[in-house]
Design a protein around this ligand. Structure first.
Ligand code: ADP
Length: 683
């Protein structure tokens, strides 16, 4: 199979050559026609001029000979009387007619008896022409029949060349002699042809002697048809014929080669070439357009196939995501119950051994919970569902909370755990405190996990740049450190330094990758400096807009951080009995009076009858769900604060809760701290 591009190129060139050739041919034919018409015109002109000149010259020859015949006539008519005056007549003819050189009288004995003008012609006087070979016979023949004789172009005895014209004269009943004239038409014809520069004229006698020429003929370029010929029958008796040739002179401008014609020819050739080139490019363009069209069609088909594939993939991904999130939620609910129960057990009096078992149980449960949370987080990031809240918070305060939660664990392990903040730690920023906590928690949990002795220090530095705060966080530990060659990969998903079968540390290898992805979404940065055996320092940079001091309203009230709320009453609407049990137990420890119902409908009914300080409303309930129930409550003008309890953490769910009139949103599994936060806000 040939290269289609070369094939197209060749066919393009072929068609271009055909078009150019056809144009060349047309130009040539037009040019040829044009030249032919010029030639025809030239010939017509030549013919016209020739006819005109030939007639003029013929008439003049005739008139010249006629003057001599008139003289002869006068002598014959007067029966010789006029002969005495012929010299007078001859002089008249000579003076009036430039063709006449001399006129003489040759008597019947062939002797030249008289000659006019005498001067210069003395040598001819008394000449016996019977001795001149070419004269005798001819002269006698014409004398016999009385017809005018014209000799060829001949040398004269007295010098010079001339035609001799003999007019035989008869009177007294016999031949007396001839009146003979020497004629040279040069002067006469010159005068006639004066000013005619484009043509040359040549006249030859019957012997081929050129006796008259006007201008030089353009011999080199003369063709047949470019020469006009005319013959004069000057002496029919002797079959004497003179031939006139008229042709373009060497000085004439030949119209065939005029500039205008040549310009058109060159222009025609150039236009042909141009049309060839244009045809070539036009064909190339249309081929290209066709090719692009075909390509586009293929592209559209591929896109459609891709769309179908993408849709399939999205469907598969959606079902995968749905499966993961459903499973994770389902796992989290009982897990939450286990952690809640552990908390409740811890509150009761326990023996040291049982307390230790409980600690281990709590540790494993929390590990499992963080694993499930990590999986959910990865899923959220991958499906682009990560939601960033915009709340006013104090980074230093959030950090303190994390420290507070972790400190007991560090102490149990015999590690120190310090927090150092610069003086700038009272800037309130706008952002998602939950995500901030998540980042810090991940780093602190790792530091805790990989530090067998010594401890961990968290440093917080805040600097203000215009309207934003740059929060720099460092988590330094004196742990096992990371080998140099592994440092680069630890932010990748599932990467662990110690990943063999007998590994010492638990974990999924997801924490740092999640941390970096969250920071990427926040335009933040994370880096690590580490030495194996000496410890590691993780550095995080985050940028937050500064909260306006006047309008800033912190998520959590600075003061009044209570953990007991005596006299407060809370309605729990939740269908999961275990959750209800744990919640009630927790509320008991906070001295809160609680009532529970199993669905939304019952919650509405209950609120109609009784007054509560707060409602904890599950979203997914049988009969009437949490959203519908809240809407009904608000319709009834009951203004009790309603806080959603849900495992659904999507932005849509949170926005919907807000729109139906819920005041806050607690995601399951809920811990004691979050509940205390909510109660501090509403009770
Ligand atoms: P996980 O801790 O669940 O294994 P991470 O993504 O949080 O996953 O961490 C990845 C790996 O990076 C860890 O397995 C560990 O090898 C290394 N690492 C993280 N933090 C530290 C630390 N502070 N000191 C030593 N190694 C660490």
């Amino acid at each position: 199979m040939g290269n289609p591009f070369k094939k197209n190129l060749r066919s393009g060139l072929f068609y271009a050559a055909v078009v150019a050739s056809i144009c060349f041919l047309m130009v040539f034919l037009i040019w040829n026609k044009y030249v032919k018409s010029l030639e025809e015109n030239e010939q017509e002109q030549l013919q016209m001029q020739g006819d005109f000149i030939a007639q003029k010259i013929g008439r003049s020859i005739h008139t010249d000979i006629q003057s001599l015949e008139n003289l002869k006539g006068r002598i014959e008519e007067t029966n010789g009387e006029y002969f005495d005056y012929w010299e007078y007549d001859a002089q008249n003819i000579l003076s009036q007619n430039p063709a006449y050189i001399f006129i003489e009288w040759i008597d019947s004995t062939m002797i030249i008896r008289k000659i006019e003008p005498k001067e210069g012609n003395e040598a001819a006087l008394n000449l016996d022409i019977s001795n001149i070979e070419y004269r005798r016979e001819e002269w006698l023949r014409h004398a016999a029949d009385s017809s005018t004789n014209v000799t060829p172009w001949s040398e004269m005895t007295q010098g010079g060349k001339a035609f001799l014209v003999d007019a035989p004269v008869y009177y007294d009943g016999r031949f007396q002699g001839t009146i003979t004239a020497g004629l040279d038409f040069t002067q006469h014809f010159d005068r006639m042809l004066m000013g005619m520069e484009d043509y040359a004229v040549e006249i030859h006698d019957e012997e081929g002697s050129l006796f008259y020429s006007h201008n030089q003929p353009a011999e080199s370029s003369l063709k047949e048809g470019q020469v006009f010929t005319h013959q004069y029958d000057v002496d029919p008796g002797d079959a004497q014929v003179w031939t006139l040739h008229l042709m373009p002179s060497s000085g004439a401008v030949s119209p065939r080669y005029n500039l205008e014609g040549l310009v058109w020819l060159v222009l025609g050739v150039l236009i042909s070439l141009l049309l060839g080139v244009l045809t070539y490019y036009f064909l190339r363009l249309s081929q290209e357009t066709k090719r692009i069209g075909e390509f586009n069609e293929k592209l559209v088909a591929t896109n459609q196939a891709l769309d179908i594939e993408r849709e399939k993939e999205q469907k598969a991904s959606r079902s995968k995501t749905d499966f993961i999130s459903t499973m994770s939620h389902e796992i989290r609910t009982p897990l939450n119950a286990i952690i809640g129960l552990i908390y409740l057990l811890r509150e009761s009096d326990l023996a040291a051994k049982e307390a230790d078992l409980l600690d281990r149980m709590e540790f494993s449960s929390k590990n499992l919970l963080s694993l499930v949370n990590d999986i959910l987080e990865v899923d959220k990031i991958e499906s682009g569902k990560t939601v960033f809240k915009e709340e006013v918070f104090l980074p230093a305060r959030e950090l303190e909370k994390v420290v507070k939660v972790f400190r007991p664990e560090f102490e149990r392990k015999g590690l120190f755990f310090n927090m150092e903040a610069d003086g700038n730690d009272n800037y309130k920023v706008v952002g998602d405190p939950g995500k901030f906590n998540q980042i810090v928690t991940n780093l602190v949990r790792n530091a805790y996990k990989f530090t067998p002795s010594g401890g961990v220090v968290i440093r917080l530095k805040t600097s203000v740049e215009g309207k934003s705060a740059r929060v720099n966080l460092e988590v330094s530990d004196s742990g096992i450190g990371i080998p140099e060659e592994k440092v680069k990969g630890i932010f990748d998903r599932f990467s662990q330094v110690d990943s063999g079968v007998g590994r010492k540390y638990e974990g999924t290898g997801l924490g740092l990758s999640i941390t970096r992805q969250i920071l990427d979404l926040m335009n933040g940065e994370i880096s690590v400096e580490s030495r194996e055996g000496e410890g590691s320092t993780f550095k995080v940079h985050m940028q937050y807009p500064l909260a306006e001091p006047e309008t800033a309203k912190e998520t959590e009230s600075d003061a009044n951080h209570r953990i007991e709320f005596p006299g407060a009453s809370v309605l729990i609407a939740e269908d999961n009995a275990m959750n209800v049990f744990i919640l009630k137990q927790m509320l008991d420890t906070m001295e809160i009076k609680s009532t529970s119902v199993e669905d939304g409908k019952a919650a509405v009914e209950c609120l109609k009858k009784e007054q509560f300080d707060l409602v904890l409303m599950d979203i997914h309930m049988p009969e009437v769900d949490g959203f519908t129930a809240t809407r009904q409550i608000r319709k009834m003008n009951i203004n009790t604060p309603v806080v959603a309890l849900s495992a659904n953490v999507t932005r849509e769910a949170i926005e919907q809760a807000n729109s139906v009139g819920m005041q806050d949103y607690v995601t399951k599994p809920f811990n004691r701290e979050r509940l205390i936060e909510v109660f501090n806000k509403f009770l």
